[in-house]
Design a protein around this ligand. Structure first.
Ligand SMILES: Cc1ncc(COP(=O)(O)O)c(C=O)c1O
Length: 303
């Protein structure tokens, strides 16, 4: 089954979706990307794109920072995404990678006097952190303070440095601190602690990406489990005596953390709150829980 892409206003097989080496964004990180999951429901024989519109709303905010004029409305971007996924015809979990970018085939460090374009492609992708309990380490890499946290391609070099530092040290994921030394997030996930039965997570002002999974978890915890989330600074030392810790992300879903800095989180097993949230989330993303149907966009025509 070939993967498809939408590039330069055409739907093409992924292997033909190539861009010129002079394309501006490849040199200076002047692109905004998203990651969207398509989750396969075997019983419905349907692929559901999760919180599609919210991803494009976040992308639009990133584009505003980089002066990228998106050549499509959010509704059109959603339609393109459904069509790319439909054309690929996968019957398994997929990941969609849309990118809005400075598309002029011109070198020069700037944001002005450059054209903008958009592409997207889809491919099958299983769990991102391939472990049921991640082993994490606090990274020596920190986000620069003055940079806005959006999914700007150029910003992710810090995350890549942090991730490789962690993996080469034998860990699954890096936990990054912000410039003030507070806990921020994983290299590709937000972080939650369970403390006194409540959820605690760093606030938007602590240099984190405002994750869509983060928002989903906060809503599910409140609506379905009656658990509030406190958004506040988190000190590194608090990680060590948290009752539970988990990471959230479109790619990583809800991944429990078994240890941080070689210290077990409680007994290192998956905690009860994390387990309940994982179950709720797993049902919601495949449209098994009808209360949250509006978050799930079907890719294939409904029979
Ligand atoms: C740095 C970072 N933080 C958090 C997240 C989680 O965001 P979301 O839940 O919207 O995927 C991501 C993934 O997109 C990310 O790259």
């Amino acid at each position: 089954m070939p993967s498809y892409a939408y590039l330069k206003k055409k739907y093409v097989p992924l292997e033909q979706a190539n861009i010129n080496v002079m394309t501006n964004f490849m040199h200076y990180g002047t692109g905004v990307f998203e990651g969207i999951r398509g989750n396969w429901n075997k019983t419905h024989r349907q692929l559901y794109l999760f919180r599609l519109k919210e991803h494009y709303e976040r992308m639009r905010n990133g584009c505003h920072i980089l002066n990228i004029e998106l050549p499509y409305t959010i509704d059109e971007l959603c339609e393109i995404t459904v069509k790319v996924a439909q054309t690929s015809a996968f019957e398994e979990d997929v990941y969609v990678r849309p990118v809005a970018y400075k598309s002029s085939e011109t070198l020069g460090v700037r944001l002005h006097n450059l054209e903008s374009d958009f592409f997207a492609f889809v491919f099958p992708w299983g769990p991102y952190l391939d472990t049921d309990r991640a082993r994490c380490v606090v990274s020596s890499w920190r986000f620069p303070k003055e940079i806005p946290r959006q999914k700007l391609t150029g910003l992710y070099v810090t995350n890549a440095l942090a991730k490789t530092e962690a993996v080469s040290g034998g860990f699954d994921e890096a936990i990054m601190l912000n410039a003030d030394g507070y806990v921020a997030e994983g290299s590709g996930e937000n972080i939650f602690l369970v403390k006194g039965g409540k959820l605690v997570t760093p606030p938007s002002t602590d240099g984190i990406l405002i994750g869509i999974t983060r928002d989903t978890v906060m809503k599910l915890a409140k609506n379905e489990l009656g658990i509030d989330t406190i958004e506040r600074h988190v000190d590194r030392i608090e990680l060590y005596d948290a009752e539970e810790i988990f990471l959230t992300g479109t790619a990583a879903h809800i991944t429990p953390v078994g240890e941080i800095d070689r210290r077990k989180i409680t007994d290192g097993e998956i905690g009860p709150v994390t387990k309940k949230l994982q179950k709720l989330y797993a049902d919601v993303i495949v449209n098994k829980n009808t209360k949250y149907t509006s978050w799930c966009t079907p890719v294939y025509p409904e029979k």
